[in-house]
Design a protein around this ligand. Sequence first.
Ligand SMILES: [Zn+2]
Ligand SMILES: [Zn+2]
Ligand SMILES: [Zn+2]
Length: 323
Amino acid sequence: MVSPHRTARPWQGEVSRLQNASEPAYDPNCYLCPGNERAGGIRNPAYTGTFVFENDFAALKPNVTGQRLDVENQGLLVAEPEAGVCRVLCFSPRHDLTLSTMESSAIELVVGHWTEQFRELGASELINYVQIFENRGAMMGASNPHPHGQIWATSSIPEAPVKELLAQKNYMKSHGRCVLCDYVDLEARQAQRLVCANDDFVALVPFWAVWPFEILVCSRRHMPSLLDFAPPEGRSLSAILKQVTSTYDKLFAVPFPYSMGFHQAPTDNLDHAEWHFHAHFYPPLLRSATVRKFMVGFELLGTPQRDITPEAAAERLRALSRT
Ligand SMILES: [Zn+2]
Ligand SMILES: [Zn+2]
Ligand SMILES: [Zn+2]
């Protein structure tokens, strides 16, 4: 549901406080900076590039015991053990950098590590799905401004990718083509929701976006995961991630908060010819650095609603991406 006339309404609701804009290059109290101590007395190495470690407070563990639960065998209260792995990947030793301010070549190293993590975790018998993501900004629950992302690998395929898996399979079955290949072609012809693009990737505000400045980054070529990338595509992905995040930072002249993540083919040893690599950016801000969008009321109980059209959001972002 799109209701652009609503943006005129007065706002007396929550105005979030701005976070400190400038961070030091090294923070002695940061648990992700090189050489610093983490929870439980573990010390980070004096890393100079990227650094990956098992999350000290992992939501998922590889060794789970217990059995499927079905209370009174009614099929109503059902639970199953979920094995998995949670890792943290520091993008840079510099505490004060972000994907938007890092050199493209440094982001390329991050893409390389994402690929290796996806390969290693996905190869495990235990792991059928690998979710790579980044929460940026206190508004999105990021506990630390140090540039880092997370990798959660699970034995079952989570809800959002399961929906996409079925949608991609169904479209391929009925059309004989890939839904995202067709979608990207259509958006390229329409052009009004495009934000920026390069040789290998397109960034656009999706037609169905629910967050005001939501962005979908899609590969131009049909490929299921990072493992199918040719070297120029890794470079192009780094470039478009930098372009999208720095465009966001220009929008309200602040480090823009978001949740970002890749949707890639499940690692369940089945053929996933239907899967098309893409990334979602879900940012919460609506009108300024401090006024966010809330998913409440009708949106929780009925259906999501937008105050600005995807076309208007794309137009603003597109203009900023060129500056
Ligand atoms: Zn740090
Ligand atoms: Zn495709
Ligand atoms: Zn997706």
